[in-house]
Write a protein that binds this ligand. Structure first.
Ligand SMILES: NC(=O)c1ccc[n+]([C@@H]2O[C@H](COP(=O)([O-])OP(=O)(O)OC[C@H]3O[C@@H](n4cnc5c(N)ncnc54)[C@H](O)[C@@H]3O)[C@@H](O)[C@H]2O)c1
Length: 702
């Protein structure tokens, strides 16, 4: 024995795999050999005794996992935070460990009964004593971390575990002497990896790869320059040796069957204590109130998943279940996050989800001035598609020009403050911009069970839609188009050139002629290929009737562009009688405005193509004012652009052959979006057929 370092161990007299509480135990019930386990444990015990003092706690019958003393508690100086096991299979160990600590003169701190924390399995001190790394995600709750900071007076850095094979922090993370760290990064979420990288210099981080990680190379006991573990690859061993450590391998295969190895079998009871450093924890908690059809619309599940997926944790404090089908439910949920930054992200996503009321948030929104025109303050709140209100001087003010992904600017007027979604470039000096997530709420109609099932029916995100499903959606869209037209409403179409290449041009032209379209948004190409077809019968040089490439046809569209340029505009070319049919012809003849936004791919361009993109965006936004439905036809570029400008409540139908494009556009979390994965030419042909059959929207109701 060479140092004053002490460990606590427990002989494996009653050890066995009796139940399954982690993936390692699966298939291993009663499969470990007692004899071999005893032999392996004694070898580990003897090895550690060469470098440290080992104390023993008496094994108790019926508690097979007591052998894993790392989970007895977390010791620092004379204080110990006793474990609160998550699984009832281990909760019976708690009094035995408590007794041992009390008999050995420790001050024992007890966490609330229902707050899981699994001791040094999930809490590892930096070997220099600078801070405590604390894990959460599987066995320990994030809410236990503030207690550790308070009782042990130490800075706590919370790390979220995301791979259930590495269910305790000590299975994938091992601080070593001199500030080194042995760890398996994929076991942590990205926020935690960033935190590790911020605290541990690159030359001190020893990354373990999966083959070593599953041999529990990180579950090691470190005493000064000695590292004791189950098994290690030659490569990793050499890497560790290079920075001054000596690895001692001692087989612990029988304990691996229960998901533990060297570190799990020991509890270090003398930890470095740095008197000059003090407690600190960045964990933040807030109580949120959620209201709506929480259960039948699946809102509560989505909210709780969102909290966990973003690195937070939750506790449902109250749940008031609406009794009738039409009544709403209310829940009070305590949300905890490892930092203010993560909490803000969670809250803004919950606001987006729409069910959240912030009861304690009877505070005004935080505003910061614009100090450079066109630049928002760093922490600006990023808007969503949902109607939003901002609390200013105690009053809720509705945000105007709602759209997603922009700041909200507050302006004082003689009528009081106004709030408006502004593009970054529109911000001027003197604008006050909403920062953080305080004093904000979104207004959303509660989704009912019926709406939710309609949405599920409509979504095509799972892949290529079956023909029958496409037909059903076409029926639904035709019905809506007819309703909007007959009530004098507004439909905007965004379209790419594929509409023309697939033979859909004539159908789109018919929709315009028959008054179903109130504005067309696209790029140079849709107009070029539409007029090429009208004038020369080809689209991108392909004969549209015979489906074959025409000799010299690749130049057709350039000639068309030249012709339009000669006339000065599309309208003038139509009026001159040069263009006699097609999408652009119908737009001109029926006074349907069209905006063609330029792009780097454009040939020509046509005189009508707006190459000033800022102007093009503004003109798109103007055409989208008051729109009820947007039909997005095979243009990823223009459809996504339009999707971002469109507030919730507008019905969006996105037709594209690529499921990824459809999913991106339809999965806005809003009920009004429908995605259709199909050929756009086929879709348009079915749509006009369906509309021809609908004499009046009321006939189908009879
Ligand atoms: N000659 C030109 O001037 C020229 C030519 C092409 C594109 N452009 C410009 O480039 C920009 C981007 O063009 P874009 O909108 O065509 O490209 P895009 O890549 O943004 O969108 C094309 C979309 O069509 C989908 N698609 C392909 N085949 C389909 C089918 N059979 N049925 C349904 N969907 C199908 C694709 O999955 C894709 O999402 C536009 O501004 C356009 O005007 C200019």
């Amino acid at each position: 024995m060479t140092s004053r370092i002490r460990f606590l161990m427990c002989a494996p007299n009653h050890y066995d795999v009796d139940y399954v509480i982690n993936p390692w135990m699966e298939g291993n019930i009663h499969k470990s050999s007692r004899e071999r386990a005893v032999e392996q444990w004694h070898k580990l015990h003897e090895t550690i005794k060469e470098y440290a003092i080992v104390d023993l706690v008496t094994p108790e019958k019926g508690w097979p996992d007591m052998v894993f003393t790392a989970n007895a508690g977390l010791v620092l100086g004379n204080n110990v935070v006793l474990s609160r096991f998550l699984h009832k299979e281990r909760q019976g160990e708690e009094p035995y460990f408590q007794k041992w600590f009390e008999e050995n003169g420790y001050t024992v701190h007890l966490l609330p009964q229902d707050l899981p924390f699994e001791g040094a399995g999930d809490a590892l001190l930096d070997r220099e004593g600078r801070w405590l790394w604390a894990g959460y995600g599987f066995r320990s709750e994030l809410d236990s971390h503030p207690y550790l900071a308070k009782w042990l007076d130490v800075e706590v850095l919370s790390l979220r575990l995301i791979d259930d094979r590495f269910y305790h922090l000590d299975t994938c993370f091992c601080p070593l002497s001199n500030g080194y760290l042995l760890y398996y990064p994929p076991a942590f979420d990205s926020y935690s990896n960033r935190l590790i990288e911020m605290r541990v210099a690159p030359e001190k981080r020893i990354v373990v790869l999966e083959p070593d990680a599953v041999n529990f190379a990180c579950n090691a006991v470190n005493v000064d320059h000695i590292v004791i573990m189950n098994k290690i690859s030659e490569k990793l061993k050499a890497q560790i040796a290079e920075v001054g450590f000596q690895v001692i391998e001692t087989p612990l295969t029988e304990f691996l069957k229960a998901g533990g190895a060297a570190k799990c079998l020991t509890l270090r009871s003398t930890e470095p204590l740095r008197e000059e450093l003090h407690g600190n924890v960045t964990v933040e908690s807030r109580v949120l109130c959620m209201k709506g059809h929480l259960l039948d619309a699946g809102l509560i599940n989505r909210a709780l998943d969102l909290i966990v997926d973003n690195g937070g944790s939750f506790q449902v404090l109250n749940f008031d279940l609406g009794e009738q089908r039409q009544s709403t439910s209310a829940a009070e949920v305590k949300v905890s996050a490892p930092s203010h930054e993560v909490m803000e992200e969670i809250i803004s996503q919950l606001i987006e989800l729409g069910a959240v009321d912030l009861p304690e948030d009877e505070r005004d929104a935080q505003l910061e001035p614009v100090t450079i025109a066109g630049v928002a303050p760093d922490d600006f709140y990023v808007s969503t598609i949902y109607p939003t209100e901002v609390r200013i001087n105690g009053k809720w003010v509705r945000v105007e020009k709602q759209r997603m992904d922009v700041p909200i600017a507050i302006t004082e007027t003689s009528y009081g403050p106004t709030a408006m979604c502004k593009m970054l470039r529109e911000l001027v000096l003197g604008d006050q911009v909403v920062v953080d997530v305080q004093g904000l709420r979104t207004i959303r109609k509660p989704e009912s069970r019926e709406q939710r099932s309609a949405q599920e029916f409509s979504f095509m995100s799972s892949g290529v839609s079956s023909e029958r499903r496409v037909e059903l959606i076409v029926e639904q869209v035709a019905w809506e188009l007819r309703k909007i037209r007959d009530s004098g409403g507004k439909v905007v179409v965004t379209a790419g050139p594929v509409v023309i290449h697939t033979g859909g041009g004539q159908h789109l032209a018919q929709l315009i002629r028959e008054g179903y379209v109130q504005a067309l948004l696209g790029g140079n190409a849709i107009a070029v290929h539409d007029m090429e077809q009208s004038l020369m019968g080809t689209s991108l040089g392909v004969d549209m009737k015979r489906g074959v490439a025409v000799r010299g046809g690749h130049r057709h569209h350039l000639k068309l562009i030249n012709t339009v340029r000669r006339h000065g505009s599309i309208a003038k070319t139509v009026e001159a009688g040069v263009i006699k049919s097609g999408v652009m012809y119908e737009c001109v003849k029926n006074n349907v405005p069209f905006i063609l936004a330029g792009s780097i791919r454009d040939d020509g361009p046509l005189p009508d193509t707006q190459m000033d993109l800022i102007k093009a965006q503004t003109e798109y936004a103007q055409q989208l004012q008051g729109v009820e439905m947007v039909l997005m036809l095979s243009s990823m570029l223009h459809s996504i652009g339009v999707g971002n400008m469109t507030p919730a409540g507008v019905r969006m139908v996105c037709v594209d052959i690529n499921p990824a494009v459809v999913t991106k556009l339809s999965d806005r979390g809003s009920i009004e979006s429908i995605g259709v994965v199909t050929d756009v030419g086929l879709f348009l042909s079915l749509l006009v057929q369906q509309l021809d059959q609908l004499t009046s929207p009321y006939t189908t109701m009879l």
